[in-house]
Design a protein around this ligand. Structure first.
Ligand code: SF4
Length: 462
């Protein structure tokens, strides 16, 4: 017989307890064990007034954002709808069945206001990393670094070629992303760069064709501990090699300052083998760089490359294939000259008389009177990296570097992080930090979740 729903509700009063309806192995129930909202409230306290109308509970806002980033719900408007309809989301956020879900506009107001001022998202992320360390998920021996492009929220139609943008003056009535761009250039001159095309909606986004058809994008830079792929730090940057590599220093210093941990070795691709970066890792931090050395000194015309010259550390000079000397100074100056160029190199020169009479001149410097060699001031660090590249364990460690690419794949595929929803570098950073927090929380839940306390109830098994 065909059944039919009763025409009207047959129960007038419900005795409904959310706690009993969330399975014990539900992701949100597992995540809940690892969040410390006492510390978050303490951190936020100075940013709230002691008087006036109570705000929406910041714990509720953070919980809702974590639900959004853990389940790839990127729109705050949709997040509010989902929390309204989904029992597990309501339970995690602490919203009773009959309570109102906050309006989506509350998020943007708080995100740009006191959350940014208090660096709340970074605080939450650091708290989760610390929890990972306390649970023994971080070994601290090998860190891997890499960057991944994420499309900026801009349209190609609102972009101009570089020449056309040269006369463009951002005005004070421009959008927030433009105002932040102008402020950022004043604070960090490194961010000033020439691009083929500039977005007038979000000028900080980088126009790049490095990964296929050209797009405007930002890069999310991750440093992970390779033992369990825990994200130790994250930083947003425009998608250029130089700015991505610069984040190495920012992140390594910040991890050491926040968590008191420094890796023995750093694994990265060729981009991180820039001389200055290797100098920072080896000379300043005593970290082994498991990174291919970026070397542009190899000559392709068959003449001698600088590698064909012998370096004499003791006498601070090179010996050429004809056994002549190349020195940085052939005269004694009253005031010693360092002779370091803008590119952070020192030039070593052969004597013109030696080269003119040399039988190897055609193989060495056929177009100049004498031979010069440019030596990077970080050459000793580059030598350390070269020696590591030749070591037997290099390959095994280098393969571990791929783990960071898997973390990026998870971010894009499972957390729906293909395109940014917010504009400007600071907002991109907020989105990346929240995404990395969600990824670490999911990892904690997977590896360390324990059965929840029953509180007198028995949660359903599944
Ligand atoms: S050309 Fe000059 S630098 Fe080159 S091998 Fe001959 S002497 Fe040495």
């Amino acid at each position: 017989m065909m059944g039919q729903l009763p025409p009207e509700q047959n129960t007038l009063f419900y005795n409904f307890c959310l706690e009993r309806h969330i399975p014990s192995n539900h992701l949100l129930r597992q995540l809940d064990q690892f969040l410390d909202f006492g510390a978050i409230r303490k951190h936020l306290r100075p940013f709230y007034s002691d008087i006036g109308r109570p705000s929406i509970d910041p714990e509720l806002m953070i919980r809702m954002l974590l639900v959004g980033y853990c389940y790839g719900i990127r729109s705050e408007r949709r997040l509010c709808e989902e929390v309204n309809f989904n029992l597990a989301y309501r339970w995690f956020c602490g919203i009773g069945l009959e309570e109102e879900v906050p309006n989506h506009s509350t998020f943007s107001k708080n995100r740009l206001g006191r959350y940014r001022e208090s660096k709340l998202f970074r605080f939450v992320f650091d708290g989760v990393v610390q929890r990972c360390m306390n649970e023994g998920l971080v070994k601290g021996e090998g860190f891997a670094i890499d960057a991944s492009f994420v499309k900026a929220d801009v349209s190609r139609q609102r972009a101009v070629d570089n020449d056309a943008s040269s006369g463009w003056e951002p005005s004070t009535v421009e959008s927030r992303a433009v105002r932040e761009y102008v402020e950022a250039l004043d604070e960090q001159p490194d961010l000033r760069r020439r691009q083929k095309s500039v977005s007038l909606t979000d000028p900080m986004a980088q126009w790049t064709a490095a990964k296929g058809p050209a797009i405007f994008s930002y890069s999310t830079n991750y440093i992970i501990d390779v033992e369990n792929s825990i994200i130790m730090d994250v930083e947003a940057s425009p998608s250029t090699n130089a700015l991505e590599v610069k984040t190495t220093q920012t992140m390594i210093d910040r991890i050491e300052l926040t968590h008191g941990i420094k890796p023995k070795r750093l694994l990265g691709d060729t981009a991180y083998g820039a001389a200055e970066n290797l100098g920072y890792l080896v000379n300043e931090k005593d970290i082994e760089p498991h990174v291919p050395v970026m070397d542009k000194t190899k000559r392709k015309d068959g003449t001698f490359s600088s590698g064909d010259f012998l370096w004499d550390e003791k006498n601070d000079e090179y010996r050429c294939p004809a056994d002549k000397t190349l020195k940085r100074n052939w005269r004694n100056f009253k005031v010693p000259r360092l002779g370091v160029t803008k590119e952070k190199t020192i030039i070593y020169r052969a004597v013109q008389a030696d080269c003119e009479l040399c039988p190897l001149k055609q193989q060495c410097c056929p177009n100049t009177a004498n031979r010069n060699i440019k030596r990077s001031v970080y050459e000793s660090a580059r030598d350390v990296a070269r020696a590591i590249n030749q070591s037997p364990e290099y390959d095994s460690f280098f393969h571990a570097r791929k783990k960071v690419e898997m973390v990026f794949a998870h971010m894009k595929r499972n957390l729906n992080m293909e395109r940014l929803r917010l504009r400007g570098l600071k907002s991109a950073n907020d989105e990346f930090v929240l995404t990395a927090t969600a990824q670490n929380l999911r990892k904690l839940a997977k590896l360390c979740a324990r059965a929840p306390p029953t509180n007198g109830f028995l949660a359903p098994k599944n």
